[in-house]
Design a protein. Structure first.
Length: 378
């Protein structure tokens, strides 16, 4: 009997699983989507960086095929497999609702895909890291399930405000393999409780403690001009500042991403120019990163990158990284005398620089978690 090479066999298995998946999802024969492991990872990376926040059927099916292939790849890693199952649940939920899902579901999907890509690209398997990522993802997944359950309870099928189709959509949330059915949930119930602070399946009260301030009063901030609006950003989030030529600006706006290798120099290493967590990475690793061009949301802000930007600012918050295009950035940071909550999209509220001047503080943590790139180095 002819021996099939391992790489060819792996591709065949993934392709077969991907073939089966559309039939299960749609209930009828469709042209199947076939993706290899490499194509699956590339598909996830593309969607992570995409500025298109819709979930059409055309986008869902390739992602389903990618998840199916990656589930086979991670079948021996329970945490990774369960994370993929949770992401798959969101896809099926979006499919039943014909892509009409709230932004937080898309946020969850992008973050989960970023975790999966990092798990795949890490050369060394670290079970502790997998478990930590699982806790973080499950905490957010549980909140999404609570949201669906609350909507279902508020608008039961047959009521004037809920159509039977919508009720079926919400019911379908439980159709995929639930976390309680996954091995990790059965074997490690305490992990789930530690991650969320509640027992699995229990709905928590909506009354929660206020979120922490982006910076504390006295923290350093800089004035930044994005479009025609002057804002403030926290100094601690700034990783790198670079001038931006019109040619590069046009290129970056068109692709919505910036390869960090473009920001290096002949005589200075890229790592040596960075601040914060990116400064801890080796130069070779940094040059491989491609960060998204982020678009802050809020009244007065454009829904496209600044087409007159003359500078770019690489910003970070924890393991999240991204790039802002701006017209100007103050050379020196000043302490914030006070900070008030007055939420407007990604704008947290007014930060007072002097007795006579205050600027809206851009909540970079929120912006990065929605549009940034999640990178967890070894």
């Amino acid at each position: 009997m002819k021996k099939i090479p391992e790489q060819e066999l792996r591709f065949t298995v993934c392709a077969t699983l991907a073939l089966l998946y559309p039939y299960k999802a749609n209930g009828c024969g469709v042209i199947p989507v076939i993706l290899s492991i490499d194509e699956s990872i590339l598909k996830l990376k593309t969607e992570i960086l995409s500025q298109d926040w819709s979930l059409s059927q055309k986008k869902i099916e390739p992602l389903q095929a990618a998840f199916t292939c990656l589930k086979n790849r991670f079948k021996s890693r329970k945490n990774a497999l369960t994370i993929l199952t949770m992401a798959d649940s969101v896809l099926l939920y979006a499919q039943k609702r014909q892509g009409q899902v709230p932004p937080e579901f898309i946020d969850f999907l992008k973050e989960t895909m970023a975790h999966v890509v990092n798990m795949y690209e890490d050369s060394k398997f670290d079970p502790d890291r997998d478990a930590e990522v699982f806790k973080r993802v499950y905490g957010k997944f549980a909140k999404l399930k609570e949201k669906v359950a609350a909507e279902k309870a508020a608008s039961p099928a047959g009521s004037s405000g809920q159509s039977p189709e919508s009720a079926a959509d919400l019911d379908s949330w439980e159709t995929p393999t639930s976390l309680e059915e996954a091995p990790i949930a059965r074997n490690e119930p305490n992990t789930v409780r530690a991650a969320t602070g509640i027992a699995p399946g229990k709905v928590v009260s909506k009354t929660t403690a206020p979120k922490p301030l982006p910076i504390e009063p006295g923290g350093l901030i800089r004035q930044i001009s994005i479009g025609k609006l002057s804002l403030a950003i926290a100094e601690e989030n700034i990783a790198l500042i670079k001038p931006l030529s019109p040619k590069k600006r046009k290129q970056y706006i068109k692709t919505s991403q910036i390869p960090l290798k473009d920001l290096g120099g002949w005589f200075h290493s890229l790592a040596g120019q960075m601040q914060g967590s990116l400064a801890l990475l080796k130069n070779g690793k940094l040059k491989k990163l491609i960060l998204p061009v982020m678009i802050p949301r809020g009244i007065g802000l454009a829904d496209i990158p600044d087409e007159e930007a003359s500078m770019l600012v690489v910003v970070s918050s924890g393991h999240w990284h991204g790039v802002l295009l701006c017209r100007s950035l103050a050379q020196a940071a000043v302490p914030a005398l006070s900070l008030a909550r007055a939420k407007n999209g990604d704008l947290f509220g007014p930060a007072r620089l002097t007795e006579d001047q205050e600027l809206q503080l851009l909540n970079l943590g929120q912006l990065l978690e929605r549009e940034g790139f999640l990178f967890m180095p070894k």
